[in-house]
Design a protein around this ligand. Structure first.
Ligand code: PMP
Length: 296
């Protein structure tokens, strides 16, 4: 699914066939989860292939690396250029791009001087699909921000996401909604969460969540549409029975949510502000509107 005989990847300055790329099984990222990564999408637009918010994604990658004491010697510009080259070499236009920064062999608890940069891409449909999602409040909390840099995109953090999604699927739901250490709603395992009630959209403040780039795009679009977004702490009880809700993420885009813990949202999705934002997002990533973004 992710690669075939022809797929080309970037690894530490070289373009290789995915099937020939190798790694050291003693690397610290595999043993302890100390690595950082990104999830980026490219779209086929009227101006050719465009990587959406490329600069923001690579700025976040550099930030995540710095937080984990990983000495990543690449600039945002270099990484953006490599990404376009990767897409071209693989003949991809609508694609999901996965940059992964992983470390060298080390069983001790400090990062290595060796820092590996791996870039790959594949065609990937909308993560979480197009149907309304039925969520459950997870029994797992998001990692306590005092135990890690929760706003950084670190490999090891995703064990928490895997536990939450697996629990939700095993119980017959589509996805989980995780709380923070204080019992307030934080985010999904791989997406930020918003709900709407009486004409106002709510989402939690930064602090216990990944600072989503799609979340920021939704803030931008809401401003243009004169929609009010309020950042506040809220509980699952505040969400239940609200007018509507949605997830945002690069892979998920803007995805409508049908229910939380089997309590349905009251409005038809198509009539919600979330649905308008979802349509606007599709246009923004794929159309002329894209020109207004500051690309490097
Ligand atoms: N939260 C988590 C935990 C995620 O993994 C993601 C996906 N990167 C998001 C939120 C959404 O972030 P973005 O919009 O930058 O993709």
């Amino acid at each position: 699914m992710y690669y075939n005989e022809e797929t080309t990847v970037y690894l530490n300055g070289k373009w290789l066939k995915a099937k020939d790329a190798q790694t050291d099984l003693y690397n610290q990222t595999m043993h302890y989860g100390n690595g950082v990564f990104e999830g980026i999408r490219a779209y086929d637009t009227e101006d050719g292939v465009q990587v959406f918010k490329a600069k923001e994604h690579y700025e976040r990658l550099l930030y995540s690396a710095e937080k984990m004491h990983i000495n990543l010697n690449y600039t945002v510009e270099e990484l953006v250029d490599l990404t376009y080259e990767l897409l071209e070499k693989n003949g991809l236009s609508n694609a999901y791009i996965r940059p992964l920064v992983y470390l060298g062999a080390n069983m001790a608890l400090q990062p290595t001087e060796e820092v590996n940069v791996f870039l790959c891409a594949w065609e990937w449909g909308k993560y979480l699909g197009n149907d309304m999602l039925n969520l459950m409040t997870s029994s797992y909390q998001r990692p306590n921000p005092k135990s890690c840099h929760v706003e950084a995109k670190v490999v090891g953090h995703y064990t928490n996401s895997i536990l939450a999604t697996t629990e939700a699927k095993q119980k017959g739901f589509d996805e989980a909604l995780l709380l923070d250490a204080n019992g307030n709603v934080a985010e999904g395992p791989g997406a930020n969460f918003f709900y709407e009630k009486d004409g106002v959209i709510y989402t939690c403040p930064l602090g216990n969540i990944l600072a989503g780039i799609t979340r920021a795009t939704v803030f931008e679009m809401a401003k243009e549409l004169n929609f009010t977004i309020e950042e506040k702490y809220f509980t699952p009880e505040d969400v239940k029975g609200a007018d509507g809700a949605f997830f945002t993420g690069t892979a998920a885009e803007v995805a409508g949510i049908g229910s939380l813990d089997n309590v349905k949202f009251t409005m038809d999705w198509e009539d919600t502000m979330g649905a308008q934002l979802a349509r606007m997002y599709r246009n923004r990533v794929s159309s002329r509107e894209y020109k207004s973004f500051d690309l490097v």
